[in-house]
Design a protein around this ligand. Sequence first.
Ligand code: PRX
Length: 649
Amino acid sequence: MSEVKVHPVKAHIAQNALLDDTGYQAMYRQSIDNPDAFWGEQGKQIDWIKPYTKVKNTSYDPGHISIKWFEDGTLNLSANCIDRHLATRADETAIIWEGDSPDEDKKVSYRELHEQVCRFANVLKAQGVAKGDVVGIYMPMVVEAAVAMLACARIGAVHSVVFGGFSPDALASRIIDSRTKVVITADEGLRGGRRVALKANVDAALANPRVDSVEKVIVYRRTGGDIAWHEQRDLWWHEAAASASADCPPAEMNAEDPLFILYTSGSTGTPKGVLHTTGGYLVYAAMTFKYVFDYHDGDIYWCTADVGWITGHSYLLYGPLANGATTLLFEGVPNYPKTNRMAQIVDKHQVNILYTAPTAIRAFMAKGDEAVEGTSRSSLRIMGSVGEPINPEAWEWYYRVIGDERCPIVDTWWQTETGGILITPLPGATDLKPGSATRPFFGVQPALVDGEGKVLEGATDGNLVILDSWPGQMRTVFGDHDRFEQTYFSTFPGTYFTGDGARRDEDGYYWITGRVDDVLNVSGHRMGTAEIESALVAHPKIAEAAVVGVPHEIKGQGIYAYVTLNAGEVPSAELHKEVKDWVRKEIGPIATPDVIHWAEGLPKTRSGKIMRRILRKIATGETDSLGDTSTLADPAVVDRLIEERSRVA
Ligand code: PRX
């Protein structure tokens, strides 16, 4: 292995940081030795209507997976994110909105946010939305997306945000699974100068005969573009809000009442509805935000994630707002209209903390100094990375070019399921090693296990598991607790299995190596190979398909699809395009295959199981290390695949 460079904690950061290494060690110890005392104390950082008397009540026992935190406390999340700041910071900015076009922006104060959320909460109530009802949010990156989420939380409705880049089919399947009652959308979104037909996609999704739960569609007018209108079902946001009262007391919610569902991909089946509840989630999001980004009052914070992903939930909105921070919400894409847009926004709004993804960093890196042309970025103090492993070259570039070697980088490892960050450096406490997510956050006990589940000690590689619960952990798969247990707790009984592999070095630092299951991570977007395969085989000309991930310079992973056509069909350039477009339409542009390999046959065992190990090797050209192929039903298939690969465009 090449020598690892260490970046020690910076003196100017340590001087003002919330925690130094001694502080981290002491708090970490306490969090593990006495989780009840630790979280009992930390839970007080948020406001409770009725304080909890119980803290942790969790079981990873096979057959009895149950996760409860602060279970007898009551609270309201929107009151924690808004109302409680009104006494001290009503006129301070809660959200800075930066439009797709650099000429459009606005600031929303905590007072204004409060009014908008209350009004919209009353709109939802007037449409019959009650505690426990599921509200779908399919929105562009506008302030109203945040308002919609907070309004749900205010009245105890459960939001299910669906990324605006997903197709009507993907939206429909999430609506069906969650039994969504009301959908909130916009006429069109605006990204990188292009319009996204959100309302038309909702119309298409609701035309699916299996969607029978949606009663109303509330439409925010963003572009004024032409849309179809269903008189009985659709209503305009601005019309409904204009007549709604701005007084809406927050509902009293139990800590374990559902807060939101967010769908995410696994190695098998359709996406799972990850369910998070109110109390533990908020405590964890608020606390991790504060310590991981070393948040100080007055900091301007920018997370580039979309509200459609967990990062957009926990660290664009809930974590920052619970801390009374100013959070920047950007409608567009980081390189539009020019490559230096991200850096320009940092300067324009004097951003102090920037949280983005390795894929964006690598795309900028490919453009060199253009990414920072004409900008100073001197306001930046802390920078973060999330979503996929960051390669040391990209880390160093981010550090040197964007941060001018002044800002520590927090490489934060976590998942939709974990609710918040689990493994991460803390700016004033942790020496950094580029490419390593470093050490566990408070209350988090990572371990590495071998294939049999034996816990491995010392510096080693293994499957990453977490030995005990933390407050931000998902509680169940919506509507399917067995699947929850099966997916996360059955591989290595007694532990939560993350699906990731990792290495631990001699300093106890963790290096996440990526998924060990059939989940892909393309530009930080998580996708199941099974989902893409089922989209492919739904094409009338396709008989069979297998998808594997291959290294990609910018996206981290690219999608390599082996496709077997029905008898009589012939590969062609037109069909190649047709198949790619098909997947875009079925799932969304993020799932478009990078490579289509027309395969006459796929390598299968005698029992008919596709051997992906071999497909991965062939896709990456590692054909001299294919391993044992003797168990294949037809070993000749391998030679054919290798030969075909030479013709793949
Ligand atoms: O493989 C890990 C990778 O992203 C997966 C989780 O994806 P998702 O649920 O979409 O959440 C992404 C945002 C939290 C993980 O299983 N991942 C996430 N962060 C990192 C990472 N891999 C390496 N380093 C990270 N910092």
